[in-house]
Design a protein around this ligand. Structure first.
Ligand code: SAH
Ligand code: SF4
Length: 433
């Protein structure tokens, strides 16, 4: 989400006579787009801000701004030089990027500048993001902003505000424009894309997420569609059927489980239990054969017992996740968990459980990849492999990285590849035709 927002920021400031540079030493303005999701994400940002102070000595007029969730959460306290032990000139929350040119003017005239007002409407729908750090093949399209699910551990509803969806026409235009520029894959982004909703009053048409997916899939059969993230409580059969019916919608669903214990899920305010989750997995397997399933898991949430943890491990085995993002629970200020629950799992226990989850997932990923050896996949080439100049790298519909020998392929080519071997992270193969 931040990657996509940074492209919006780049668009806003380049329209106001700034240009981007990839050398911090050359920059007159440095924005840090920040994340508050876990404490260590914030710690990284604070360290980076401290490191950047040395540039100030060499470039006295340089402006340093903090954008994103940490700006929203910490507000003017980030500007308190004595408390922070460093200087920041500007603080701008995720809904105030249109205001950046004015904020920059304020700073240039010698003031510190702040805008952390959250909006119930801002979607940046009319802004064409500058794809400044892209591989030219895959791009993100933000389709909604904010979240109102209030999972008890999560800071996002507090830093990104109310849920709002973007006009489908502007999404379809962006997808077509990207295709015409040579992009071959778009990922529709939102905190909970399944609750996408737009009413077109004049046409009397109500859009939901499956309708949007279908419309984007029709932009061009050569444009692959992905989406992130889905909340299990809103994962409808209607959506699964749309995926099954459209070959260019990728066979990969990211469905964060968070925990395999119904008691923990209840305290997390996730609004589904273990059985509901497994029911959604069953529907995916039934409606979309060959679909990869990935997830997010949190180790050591408030009150998590050894049995709850064992339930998470058993859920992982039962589903056989292809891939997972795995985290240690970190209490975030203002959340329901911070206010009402005790962060009572000792840090060493959280670490041990996380380690067990990671080890199990490595095994499951390896098993999943081994099952692909001998199969043929259509791979969208993204570029040269990082490890060898003679190999190219791309991904299959299931979102697995596939590496194979280069035969003058270009980024954006679709190549049929037969898988010959694998590690837990990568499939390796050769051209099949
Ligand atoms: N909207 C998405 C997830 C956004 S945050 C969804 O609901 O699926 C990405 C992931 O970070 C979450 O799925 C969760 O696993 C993790 N996460 C969020 N808050 C956390 C916290 N306080 N501690 C540890 N992990 C957290
Ligand atoms: Fe956070 Fe839950 Fe919203 Fe995801 S759905 S952003 S985890 S509150």
């Amino acid at each position: 989400m931040n990657f996509s927002d940074s492209e919006i920021v780049a668009s806003i400031i380049t329209e106001n006579d700034y240009a981007t540079t990839d050398k911090a030493e050359d920059a007159d303005v440095i924005f840090l787009n920040t994340c508050s999701i876990r404490e260590n994400a914030e710690q990284k940002v604070l360290n980076r801000l401290k490191q950047l102070q040395y540039l100030r000595k060499h470039r006295p007029g340089m402006i340093l701004g903090v954008l994103g969730c940490m700006a929203e959460r910490m507000k003017t306290s980030l500007l308190e030089e004595e408390r922070m032990g460093m200087r920041v000139d500007m603080v701008a929350g995720p809904d105030s990027y249109r205001d950046l040119p004015r904020l920059l003017n304020d700073v240039e005239s010698g003031h510190q500048a702040v805008n952390v007002i959250l909006s119930s409407e801002e979607t940046y729908a009319d802004i064409t993001p500058v794809r400044y750090a892209s591989n030219g093949v895959s791009a993100f399209i933000s389709i909604m902003r904010g979240c109102e699910n209030f999972c008890s551990y999560c800071v996002v509803p507090f830093t990104r505000g109310k849920e709002r969806s973007r006009d489908p026409e502007s999404i379809l235009e962006e997808a077509l424009e990207l295709f015409n520029m040579g992009f071959r894959e778009v990922t529709l982004l939102g905190q909970n894309v399944n609750s996408y909703s737009w009413t077109n009053a004049s046409a009397g048409k109500e859009w939901n997420f499956p309708m949007l997916m279908e419309a984007v899939a029709r932009v061009n059969p050569l444009l692959r569609i992905r989406f992130a993230t889905s909340h299990p409580k809103d994962m409808s059969d209607e959506l699964l059927e749309v995926i099954a019916a459209n070959e260019n919608i990728c066979r990969a669903i990211h469905l964060p489980a968070q925990s395999g214990s119904s008691a923990v899920l209840k305290r997390m305010n996730r609004k589904y239990n273990r059985e509901d989750y497994l029911g959604r997995i069953e529907a995916i397997r039934r409606i979309i054969p060959q679909c990869a399933v990935s997830t997010d898991l949190i180790a050591g949430f408030c009150g998590e017992t050894d049995q709850d943890h064992a339930d998470t491990l058993s859920l992982m085995k039962e589903v056989g996740f292809d891939f997972a993002f795995m985290f240690k629970y970190s209490e975030r200020p203002d959340t329901l968990a911070a206010k009402k629950l005790k962060d009572d799992v000792p840090d060493e226990v959280k670490s041990t459980r996380l380690q067990q989850i990671i080890e199990l997932q490595n095994k499951l990923s390896l098993e999943s990849n081994r099952a692909d050896v001998g199969k043929i996949f259509e791979v969208l080439v993204e570029g040269r492999s990082r490890k060898s100049a003679k190999m190219v790298s791309g991904r299959n519909s299931q979102n697995k990285v596939v590496v194979f020998p280069d035969k003058d392929y270009k980024p954006g080519d679709y190549i049929k590849v037969k898988i010959l071997e694998c590690t837990s992270a990568t499939l390796k193969g050769e051209t099949a035709e």
